[in-house]
Design a protein around this ligand. Structure first.
Ligand SMILES: [Zn+2]
Ligand SMILES: [Zn+2]
Length: 424
């Protein structure tokens, strides 16, 4: 048997060698110089002049499109889970209006870079609405607040968030502790940058308020309704402007307030986790965890479909799951069991342009190598630092390398007409 196999292999290899020889030698071109590949084809088929005009792509390039006065743009800056991944940050939605106003709804872990990719000066994104205090809904707040200040934000950051069952469970307490947590960071900026953007305006509202206005400026009204998620202290939002209605669940299990107050939204964004079966097979959840988390603390895709079929938005948007080639068809199949209206399961950077007549949905092309936008107003002279930057001990270790540093200062002084001196 083994001998037969050997003979077969040797015979096969011989056949292959003969085939390779014939492939290279049987067409009579051996040794002939035939010039560049395709030369004869080009001679017989002179090329048409290559077009010089570009064609419009159905893709959104941040920073390149003016909003019409009656238009709303909604950008998914985070559609994923509590542990962000390269493809998806945690919850964050940017709403831009034709009157120039911009709002962030949630600012979950990993979303800051998605916001920065929109190429909007930090001064103009100064209003953040937090649905609840889970890390996947406000984990990047500190980064956006302090990072934004060092990147040219000169206006205070305004934050709205719910109260909790006890004062220490509310947004005001959380942000007070955040300021304390970053006391070292804040101290390092003193004496170096115009730190007006470090000011935080905190607006805590009653989490039990039902359809109550918490923001009313410039023709924009934002209301909240209670959400049912984990424990007391979670809410959903309704924004209305110019006859357009945007609703955003943050996190919630299906509830009566959502059904009553979000009907006929122009865009309705609601969480939808993976169905319990996929939470078991792909996330390593136990059956009990998957059922409790997936259908009681949160909303499964078929529950999401029911909510949408009962509230009939012009555009239903699901988010808050790992959106991949193998999960998306399951999500759609589940939602479609009970809902047949307009539907998108958003990815990070999915963009919705909404007017009364049309809703356009696209993906974005992102410039990864962005720099911060310049300040939108003149910076103030910086007062001296409030505390000495270094102790005598730390200063004693300084090596200034004046032979290479002094020329840098001289060069900048010459280029910009300044007379700055190296601190001694
Ligand atoms: Zn949550
Ligand atoms: Zn969440």
């Amino acid at each position: 048997m083994i001998a037969k196999k050997k003979i077969f292999i040797v015979a096969s290899m011989t056949m292959m060698a003969v085939m390779f020889y014939l492939w290279g030698h049987s067409d009579g071109t051996e040794g002939r110089v035939i010039g560049p590949i395709g030369a004869s084809y080009a001679a017989d088929n002179p090329p048409e002049p290559s077009p010089t005009k570009t064609r419009e792509m159905d893709v959104y390039y941040p920073g390149t499109e003016e909003l019409k006065p009656d238009e709303m743009r909604v950008v998914a800056c985070g559609t994923g889970m509590p542990s962000p991944r390269p493809k998806q940050a945690a919850a964050c939605w940017l709403v831009e209006l034709g009157n120039g106003d911009k709002f962030l709804f949630d600012i979950g872990a990993g979303s800051h870079e998605r916001i920065a990719a929109q190429k909007i000066p930090y001064d103009y994104i100064d209003k953040i609405f937090i649905g609840h205090l889970h890390v996947d809904h406000y984990g990047d707040l500190a980064s956006f607040w302090l990072g934004g200040t060092t990147m040219n934000r000169l206006t205070p950051l305004r934050v709205w968030g719910p109260s909790g069952a006890k004062p220490e469970m509310g947004t005001a307490h959380a942000l007070k502790k955040m300021e304390e947590m970053y006391v070292w960071d804040i101290a390092t900026r003193s004496g170096f940058i115009d730190s007006r953007g470090m000011a935080l305006e905190v607006n805590e509202f009653d989490y039990k308020a039902v359809n109550k206005v918490i923001f009313d400026e410039n023709g924009v009204k934002i209301r909240t309704i209670p959400a049912i998620h984990a424990i007391d202290g979670a809410v959903s939002f309704i924004l209305e402007w110019n006859g357009l209605k945007f609703t955003y669940s943050s996190d919630t299990a299906p509830n009566s307030w959502w059904l009553e107050h979000t009907k006929n939204s122009d865009i309705s964004i609601h969480e939808s986790l993976l169905p319990p079966g996929l939470m078991i097979s792909k996330q390593g959840f136990s059956p009990e965890e998957a059922l409790m988390v997936g259908t009681i603390a949160h909303t499964s895709p078929v529950q999401f479909g029911k909510l949408m079929s009962m509230t009939t938005p012009r555009m239903a948007v699901g988010y808050h799951f790992q959106n991949d080639f193998d999960t998306l068809p399951v999500m759609i199949e589940e939602a479609r069991k009970v809902y047949d209206g307009p539907l998108v399961f958003a990815q990070d950077y999915t963009v919705f342009n909404i007017t009364k007549d049309n809703i356009r949905v696209r993906e974005s092309a992102i410039d990864e190598a962005i720099f911060p936008e310049p300040a939108t107003k003149p910076k103030l002279p910086v007062p001296p630092p409030t505390s000495p930057p270094f102790s005598e001990f730390i200063s004693s270790g300084t090596e200034q390398f004046l032979d290479v540093v002094q020329p840098m200062w001289d060069k900048i002084n010459k280029e910009y007409g300044t007379d700055l001196k190296i601190p001694q």
